[in-house]
Design a protein around this ligand. Structure first.
Ligand code: NDP
Length: 328
């Protein structure tokens, strides 16, 4: 039985990602086989498809850190044929072939059941980006950031994590300030729930160790000077959730916000998050994410179209979320 998949190779022709017709023999080890309905393109998939950063650790490999589909065969006690499932992370699409294919073989320990609130397409519209946004919101709440405490800054607002974070926070009653390099997307960001828009250039240059106190909480998808400036302008006792590196991996900050203002820096990782936390995040997404807002931020492409999106997402040109219909 053959199936279509994106495949990354690194050989004498260099690093390249193409659509291939594969048979079952290259399917990796695993105890659950999934017929994939939808996947998506996240920032990390862009890194994998282009080779801009060495996230892929074996070749050939199918990219795609997310998938939603139907179990066709399982030796895992939690899953049986016919179950609808979702996969986010666990190194899939990096060291184990992933979701940008019509078929995948995975470890059942990595899967969760598709929440009944979502179709496979909606689950992939959320994807790792949306589930990570939810982890950020949950971390803000865990550390006591309530809507009455003040404004929440969301950086990289026009991207996937940023868009979902805005929609979630606005629905929960927070006042959201969206930082973006795309002022022409201001209407889109306001429709998602942003109360104010700021130009990302206000945050992206080297800044002072402490600045005027502005934020009760931050969802930062950008890293580097932006994260440092976000910490420096967070109010006394506020919380900064750091999940991304779209500007850079560096963190050119000082300890001042932490030791003089009691700011908490909360690191967010979606890839290795334990099952209980994943299930909690997906349950919260079912409750707190408006499906109409999710649809507003989502567009759909076919498997071959996903190839071009790798470099577009790294260039910050993808708005919101993209779902990939792997059967189109
Ligand atoms: P997107 O590309 O969709 O969003 C990133 C956004 O950041 C862009 O849309 C753009 O928004 C902004 N941006 C891009 N380049 C720059 C730059 N040079 N300086 C400042 N801002 C920039 O990616 P995702 O939303 O999928 O992911 C966002 C980040 O979060 C990535 O770094 C990703 O690796 C990370 N991530 C981490 C996870 C984790 O587990 N910790 C899980 C998921 C994602 P705008 O145009 O509005 O300014």
């Amino acid at each position: 039985m053959t199936y279509q998949a994106l495949q990354i190779n690194k050989d004498d022709n260099g690093y390249h990602c193409t659509v291939q017709t594969l048979d079952d023999s290259p399917l990796p080890e695993g105890d659950v086989t999934v017929q994939v309905d939808y996947s998506t393109v996240n920032y990390k998939d862009g890194l994998a498809m282009t080779g801009k950063s060495p996230v892929v650790r074996k070749f050939p490999l199918t990219p795609g850190i997310d998938l939603a589909g139907t179990v066709t065969d399982s030796q895992h006690p939690l899953f049986k044929a016919g179950d609808k499932v979702v996969l986010n992370g666990w190194g899939v699409g990096e060291s184990h072939s992933g979701g940008l294919a019509q078929k995948a073989r995975l470890k059942g320990d990595w899967l969760i059941h598709l929440p009944s609130a979502f179709t496979p397409r909606q689950a992939m519209a959320i994807g790792t980006a949306g589930y990570t946004a939810m982890l950020c919101v949950m971390a803000l709440q865990k550390h006591g950031v309530t809507p009455d405490k003040g404004d929440i800054l969301v950086t990289g607002a026009g991207g996937g994590v940023g868009s979902v974070a805005i929609a979630l926070l606005a629905k929960l009653g927070y006042r959201v300030v969206a930082s973006t390099g795309r002022q022409h997307e201001a209407d889109y960001l306001r429709q998602l729930g942003a109360a104010d828009i700021m130009d990302r250039s206000e945050l992206s240059a080297p800044g002072k160790p402490l600045a005027k106190e502005r934020w009760a909480g931050v969802v930062d998808t950008v890293g580097s000077h932006t994260l440092a400036n976000a910490c420096a302008s967070t109010k006394y006792g506020g919380v900064v959730t750091a999940c991304g590196l779209a500007q850079g991996m560096d963190f050119p900050s000082s300890v001042a916000p932490f030791i003089l203002r009691g700011v908490t820096l909360a690191g967010i990782d979606s890839v290795m998050a334990p099952r209980a936390l994943r299930e909690a995040a997906w349950a919260r997404l079912a409750k707190d994410l408006d499906p109409a807002q999710l649809e507003r931020m989502t567009r759909e492409v076919g498997l071959a179209d996903a190839l071009a999106l790798g470099s577009e997402i790294l260039a910050g040109q993808v708005r919101g979320r993209v779902v990939v219909n792997v059967n189109a």
